[in-house]
Design a protein around this ligand. Structure first.
Ligand code: KG4
Ligand code: ZN
Length: 325
């Protein structure tokens, strides 16, 4: 079965094509340069850029996959959660082309799709825990099987990537700051500056804005002269608090696998700390290749294939900016 996946929920336009869950093409047009001077994603500019790119990108993905559009059996498109105008472009495109080709169009949850980027890992066992750590979300799930996920917790304030980006901005680094902060942190001593860790008791929710504010006050007082140590201390505070919450979840849920997704899990320090920590507990950490961590169409297509196998029906045209499930 050949599935095309369309992703436009935030600032990446992407079309991916999979055949029997193997990736034939996965093209991503990033809008980083468009939003860089604003220090964050500008929704109106994002939706316009999606509109300009989506059709050409889809045609290129067909070419890369070596197929014609008539060979596609079904489309999957992210319809939730995300920026309203951005979601509308992807959903309208997929619905339009699906209608023209008389092929079903499936609505896909963006966060579930991030975790589906791990589904090619043969060592996964269900039930599992899943953690999406991105610029817009920090969300923990119980994954009962490939298509049934239950939300366990999420950030109560800033998303983890958002905090990396805001701290990057305090350090005068280009947007998005996450990868730049990581690079500078590699030269620092993570034990030199101890930033407070936010911790919400009796809950699997996260909180990161306090760490961000602590970095802000530190920089306001001491300036940027210890930049590598500030970056390393900040990164350690973030990763410590993620690991503490993972441990809380593992106290409650007896699982053998934990899946990860989202742009922040590209961070090598985070990948290594999580992998080492979970391996001590004999839990397999499924972490996608860096290219599959960012928003992409292939993860959407893979999840769509599993949704079809599970007997989930395509639904009418709908977008949902902030779904409750
Ligand atoms: O998943 P993603 O591509 O888009 C969203 O759905 O939000 O994630 C983008 C986020 C940005 O905040 C970016 O700074 C962060 O992922 N990011 C990183 C790294 N690479 C990307 N954060 C920390 N370290 C990195 N190496
Ligand atoms: Zn994402």
């Amino acid at each position: 079965m050949i599935i095309a996946g369309i992703e436009s929920s935030c600032d990446e336009t992407s079309a991916g094509i999979v055949r029997d869950r193997k990736i034939l093409a996965n093209l991503i047009a990033s809008q980083e340069k468009i939003h860089a001077s604003f220090g964050g994603v500008v929704p109106e500019l994002a939706s316009r850029a999606h509109l300009e790119k989506i059709s050409g990108l889809f045609n290129l993905s067909l070419k890369k996959a070596g197929i014609s559009s008539s060979q596609i059996d079904a489309f999957g498109v992210v319809n939730r959660p995300g920026l309203k105008g951005s979601l509308m472009i992807g959903v309208s495109f997929a619905e339009g082309i699906g209608y023209a080709l008389k092929k079903p169009v499936y609505n896909v949850n963006h966060l579930h799709a991030h975790l589906a980027a791990c589904y090619t890992d043969p060592e996964i066992q269900f039930p599992a825990l899943g953690l999406v750590i991105s610029g817009g979300h920090t969300s923990l799930f119980l994954i009962k099987n490939h298509t049934e996920l239950v939300s366990l917790g999420k950030t109560r304030d800033d998303a983890c990537g958002e905090v990396f980006d805001k701290v990057g901005r305090m350090m005068n680094l280009p947007f998005p700051g996450g990868a730049h902060v990581e690079k500078i942190a590699q030269k620092g001593n993570e034990k030199k500056i101890r930033f407070p860790r936010a911790y919400i008791r009796n809950s699997l929710d996260f909180s990161f804005s306090g760490i961000k504010t602590a970095v802000y006050y530190y920089i306001s007082k001491h300036g940027l002269k210890n930049l590598p140590d500030i970056a390393a201390g900040f990164q350690k505070a973030i990763v410590d608090s993620i690991i503490k919450k993972i441990d809380d979840a593992l106290e409650i849920y007896d699982v053998r696998t934990m899946l990860f997704g989202g742009g922040v899990i590209r961070n090598d320090y985070l990948r290594n700390r999580i992998t080492q920590h979970l391996s001590k507990k004999k839990i397999h950490a499924a972490i996608p290749d860096p290219q599959m961590c960012i928003d992409n169409g292939a993860m959407v297509a893979i999840l769509t294939d599993y949704m079809i196998s599970a007997g989930i029906e395509p639904q009418p045209y709908v977008i949902n900016v902030c779904p409750t499930k």
